[in-house]
Design a protein around this ligand. Structure first.
Ligand SMILES: *[C@@H]1O[C@H](CO)[C@@H](O)[C@H](O)[C@H]1NC(C)=O
Ligand SMILES: *[C@@H]1O[C@H](CO)[C@@H](O)[C@H](O)[C@H]1NC(C)=O
Ligand SMILES: *[C@@H]1O[C@H](CO)[C@@H](O)[C@H](O)[C@H]1NC(C)=O
Ligand SMILES: *[C@@H]1O[C@H](CO)[C@@H](O)[C@H](O)[C@H]1NC(C)=O
Length: 469
């Protein structure tokens, strides 16, 4: 299977290189073996490089080509200023064609626009009564981020969720969703208040006994049940309908920068899963934390010290109020508020990525670290089409019930495990970069601008959801 896929990929690569080559190489030029010969099956690094080479080579290289592919995928013409986006994407060496997440996120809004072209704009106006302008998840750098491409955007108003939870608890796939959407009736959207999460009709996850902490005791409820356009960093489909945007890789602390590069050979790394982190999850009430993913991770680690080295190092004070016995929790899980260098991860072949209050924000950093990532999450981020389970990381169920089995698989199949690790690292280093994040954000805002313009003149301000209350 793998070999066949690589043959196809390498064929595409060669064809495209020929198509764009202005001169035919003279017959005296020896063929370049590294582009015409498949790497040895055991050369994981070369195979990973080739996969990314093929992905990049397959991108549209001219505006007409990019526009044609856009139209095929989206079934509508490119948005205004797409030519400027294309130029930007070329300059930044971004992907040009693979933005299906943007298409999926905006599709229901385009469908609603057919029934009411003013809907998108009206919902922004409506939201602006409940939000304020200010700093965002991008911290002090967000104006810098936007400044790299804002000159190519019309005046517009967009709603940026300053928290890492999704906010738009609306299932657009539900029967009559479009009719429901067109008559919004949530009088207190995005407000910090207890919300009966059973109303959200989240799907049950993996096992009947498992309730993720976002359902049990969400840390900061602030949902709306109306269908607002809202840029958020994560969501759970289909019960949330936020529009995803990228968190910044740098200098945002979430993703984790390492002080120095990986300095331990793969063969010298310990074949265990490593994880350190805070006790983030939901609000701790009584014993409910035993259900939170990070606590479960430590429970499993205690049963399998031969496979895992995991520990909660810091206690999340803000998630412990009434009904929470912090001393008991600290003692039970040996939470000593000691910190260890992030680079300790280099000693281990395997890294764990597990949700805190929402997505961990560490995934890209972990992929770059040099360890194979085991990822368990309920949440989608903007890159889910690019970084795929089994290809770039090992997926683990949300209740972690298959974690031990997946670690054993990696130990039993070291060559395959190494290939997945190399592929994930190559994608994170060469494709899902800061520049790529800019390209994604810019592309999403072009769709936003078009939908907003359908409802009248350009917007007047930038706004975001309240971060506190
Ligand atoms: C062959 O291609 C590889 C990768 O594209 C490059 O690093 C190398 O320098 C090339 N070798 C020659 C002889 O052109
Ligand atoms: C954008 O808004 C500013 C300030 O309101 C205004 O001066 C400018 O003319 C607007 N630009 C466009 C293209 O509408
Ligand atoms: C809003 O409308 C939905 C569907 O039409 C309905 O189920 C819900 O009860 C309404 N909510 C309020 C607060 O009226
Ligand atoms: C508790 O954690 C500390 C480090 O934070 C460690 O040195 C110690 O061995 C742990 N104790 C137990 C019983 O696991």
């Amino acid at each position: 299977m793998l070999t066949a896929a690589l043959v196809v990929a390498s064929t595409i690569l060669v064809l495209i290189l020929q198509a764009h080559s202005p001169t035919v190489p003279s017959s005296s030029t020896p063929p370049n073996d590294s582009t015409t010969t498949l790497p040895r099956p055991d050369d994981a690094a070369a195979r990973a490089r080739l996969a990314v080479d093929a992905l990049l080579a397959a991108q549209s290289s001219t505006l007409p080509e990019a526009s044609a592919r856009y139209t095929l995928r989206n079934q509508r013409a490119t948005p205004p200023q797409y030519d400027r986006w294309f130029k930007f994407a070329q300059e930044k060496k971004c992907l040009v064609d693979n933005y299906d997440q943007i298409r999926r996120d905006f599709e229901p809004f385009y469908q609603l626009a057919e029934r009411n072209p003013e809907y998108f704009r009206a919902m922004i106006e409506r939201a602006s009564k409940h939000v304020r302008t200010g700093d965002t998840a991008y911290g002090s750098n967000w104006l810098g981020t936007l400044g790299r491409f804002s000159q190519s955007l019309p005046n517009m108003t967009f709603l940026l969720n300053g928290r890492d939870e999704p906010r738009v608890a609306f299932n657009y796939r539900a029967p009559d969703a479009s009719t429901t959407a067109l008559s919004p009736n949530d009088s207190t959207p995005f407000v910090f208040q207890p919300l009966d999460v059973s109303r959200l009709k989240l799907p049950r996850f993996y096992t009947n006994s498992y309730e993720p902490s976002v359902l049990l005791a969400t840390a900061k409820p602030g949902f709306t049940t109306d269908f607002y356009p809202m840029l958020s960093m994560s969501k759970i489909s289909p019960c949330f309908s936020d529009i995803l945007f990228p968190i910044e890789v740098s200098p945002h602390t979430f993703t984790g920068r390492y002080a120095y590069p990986d300095n331990i050979e793969w063969e010298d790394k310990i074949s265990k899963v490593y994880w350190r982190g805070m006790s983030n999850g939901g609000m701790i009430i009584g014993q409910n934390y035993h259900q939170f993913a990070r606590f479960k991770l430590v429970d499993i680690g205690r049963e399998h010290p031969d496979l895992m080295d995991v520990a909660i190092t810091r206690f999340a004070e803000t998630l412990c109020e009434e009904g929470c016995n912090r001393d008991a929790v600290r003692t039970e899980y040996n939470i000593t508020d000691s910190s260890q260098p992030r680079e300790d991860l280099y000693k281990y072949k395997y890294a764990m990525d597990v949700d805190g209050t929402t997505f961990s924000g560490r995934f890209l950093g972990l992929l770059r670290s040099g360890s194979l990532v085991f990822k368990s999450t309920l949440f989608e981020e903007y890159f889910i089409d690019w970084l795929r389970p089994f290809e770039h990381y090992i997926p683990v169920k949300a209740d972690l019930s298959d974690l031990v089995q997946q670690i054993r698989w990696a130990n039993d199949n070291p060559a395959e495990a190494r290939l997945i690790q190399q592929r994930g690292m190559e994608m994170a280093k060469r494709v899902v970069t800061d520049d790529q994040n800019d390209c994604y954000f810019f592309a999403a805002l072009l769709e936003w601008a078009r939908l907003q313009e359908m409802g009248g003149e350009g917007g007047r301000y930038l706004a975001r959801i309240r971060n506190e209350m």
